[in-house]
Write a protein that binds this ligand. Structure first.
Ligand SMILES: Nc1ncnc2c1ncn2[C@@H]1O[C@H](COP(=O)(O)OP(=O)(O)OP(=O)(O)O)[C@@H](O)[C@H]1O
Ligand SMILES: Nc1nc2c(c(=O)[nH]1)N=C(CO)CN2
Length: 197
């Protein structure tokens, strides 16, 4: 045992930090996002450390912004998890399925979408879970909420989230959540949701 270790409280830090992006443009969007957060927070292998505010964003489709489609609410959460990337993907896919996600057209309207934006800064070209998320660096609807939970965040290989957000052109409007939407440091200390004041 090294000198100085005796008697000093040690915090074990196993697992990896990860960043999840959430979007919803069908149904009760805020309630669905909140249900997704609650479902993830109830998982023993994952700790939700911080949750962004909500942002309303026009739907981005393969042909560009679609002003006729229902607008999204987007949010980002910073988590810590002992799940590896594929297990984390399986978990978020299960949460999506439980919340009525239907997979039809690419970038089609959906009750819930959960993407793994970053996992410990690693780079992977596995098509099942590409890291960092291959389009996160160009999406203001990911970058702006991400800044809420980590002002110093970096997209591996792309640069600082703050700089990328400043250069992204898709419109993002802060959305006033209900009183029960979690504060930015939800779960960080107590493990229980604390409402945004
Ligand atoms: N980082 C990642 N996070 C989530 N899914 C990923 C990731 N990398 C690859 N995938 C794969 O992408 C596939 C399609 O996912 P999904 O239907 O959520 O895409 P999308 O949300 O419509 O589009 P986009 O990926 O542009 O956000 C999934 O089957 C999943 O295996
Ligand atoms: N505004 C907005 N547009 C999207 C979003 C999203 O979360 N927000 N997600 C998509 C596929 O992941 C496609 N288009």
């Amino acid at each position: 045992m090294s000198a100085g270790a005796v008697g000093r409280p040690q915090r074990m830090c196993v697992g990896s930090p990860a960043v999840l992006a959430f979007g919803s443009n069908l149904g009760d969007r805020e309630a669905t996002l909140r249900a997704a957060l609650d479902a993830l927070a109830a998982e023993p292998g994952l700790h939700v450390e911080a949750v962004s505010g909500l942002y309303e964003t026009p739907a981005l489709k393969p042909a560009g912004i679609d002003a006729e489609a229902p607008a999204y609410l987007n949010a980002v959460a910073r988590v810590h998890t002992i799940l590896d990337p594929l297990a984390l993907l399986a978990l978020v896919n299960r949460v999506e399925d439980d919340l009525g996600r239907v997979r039809e057209e690419r970038w089609g309207d959906r009750t819930i979408d959960i993407d793994i934006v970053d996992y410990g800064g690693i780079v992977s070209d596995d098509p099942r879970v590409t890291l960092p998320h291959p389009r996160a660096h160009e999406r203001a609807f990911v970058l702006v909420p991400w800044l809420d939970v980590d002002t110093e965040a970096v997209v591996t290989g792309r640069g600082r989230v703050a700089d990328l957000a400043a250069g992204a052109t898709d419109p993002v409007t802060p959305y006033q959540p209900s009183a029960s939407w979690p504060s930015a440091h939800w779960f960080s200390d107590t493990g229980h949701g604390e409402a945004r004041s």
